[in-house]
Design a protein around this ligand. Structure first.
Ligand SMILES: Nc1ncnc2c1ncn2[C@@H]1O[C@H](COP(=O)(O)OP(=O)(O)OP(=O)(O)O)[C@@H](O)[C@H]1O
Ligand SMILES: [Mg+2]
Length: 227
């Protein structure tokens, strides 16, 4: 029940720079993602995939067009309203994991819960359970630099979905992993997205990963084409 379209993108455009050096990255791009739907986005390096994810999550604004997450248009929200809406509805897994170096795996995962207002004890308890469920119980106190690439990426995935967001945005979550770690990370994403009925927008160069989503789009010449 409730809201059925978690992501509604209408005719957006995004340019960088100013004429005559203006670079048009996204051009009249539209996209709808339903609750629980899993979307893969492929496309050449520099085609605008990360740019698109940043816009979807309200980290940046399109020059034209509108983007709504769970029926709220980012452009109608103040900075603090955006932060709250993002914390409640959007999870991010960045292209380069972006874990905070000075915090442990457990603390990195607990952060979104603390921001959402949970107590330290309950945030750490929930985070510990999630990390344990993916075999990282022996790594809770490790800093990111003390984790392997695959472990870091799984911690980043858990941090992205710990708040049970309506939509999880993932930028190359398996990009730098060997095939075994990539498979583990993919399984984790699929399993938890199902349990939490989260929508997924996943950028990847890997056709195997894309095939595990419901729909695959290619980003080309600034807009999306279904494959
Ligand atoms: N802040 C910025 N200012 C100016 N140009 C930018 C900026 N961010 C990205 N670009 C340019 O916009 C284009 C799209 O970049 P983007 O990072 O979205 O590509 P991508 O599809 O994610 O590529 P990759 O697969 O290599 O990660 C690139 O040509 C890039 O150089
Ligand atoms: Mg990118």
């Amino acid at each position: 029940m409730g809201i059925n379209t978690v992501l509604d993108v209408q005719n957006i455009e995004k340019h960088y720079g100013k004429p005559p050096n203006e670079l048009s990255v996204l051009n009249k791009l539209s996209l709808k993602v339903k609750r629980g739907e899993k979307i893969a986005i492929m496309g050449a390096s520099g085609s605008g995939k990360t740019t698109l994810l940043n816009l979807l999550g309200g980290l940046d604004d399109p020059d034209y067009g509108s983007i709504s997450v769970c029926e709220k248009n980012w452009s109608k929200l103040s900075i603090s309203e955006r932060a709250t809406w993002r914390n409640q509805h959007v999870g991010f897994v960045y292209q380069f994991h972006h874990l905070l170096e000075e915090f442990s795996a457990l603390e990195n995962v607990a952060l979104p819960l603390l921001i959402a207002g949970q107590s330290m004890i309950s945030a750490k308890e929930t985070s510990g359970k999630f990390l344990t469920s993916i075999g990282l119980e022996g790594r809770l106190g490790h800093r990111p630099s003390q984790l392997s690439g695959g472990e870091r990426q799984r911690v980043a995935v858990i941090r992205g979905l710990i708040n049970k967001p309506s939509v999880l945005l993932l930028d190359e979550p398996t990009g730098n992993l060997d095939s075994d770690s990539a498979k583990k990370t993919l399984d984790l994403i699929l399993q938890l997205s199902k349990t939490l009925s989260m929508a997924i927008v996943l950028v990847t160069h890997d056709t195997f990963v894309a095939k595990n989503m419901d729909v695959t789009y290619r980003l080309m010449d600034g807009s999306l084409e279904e494959k």
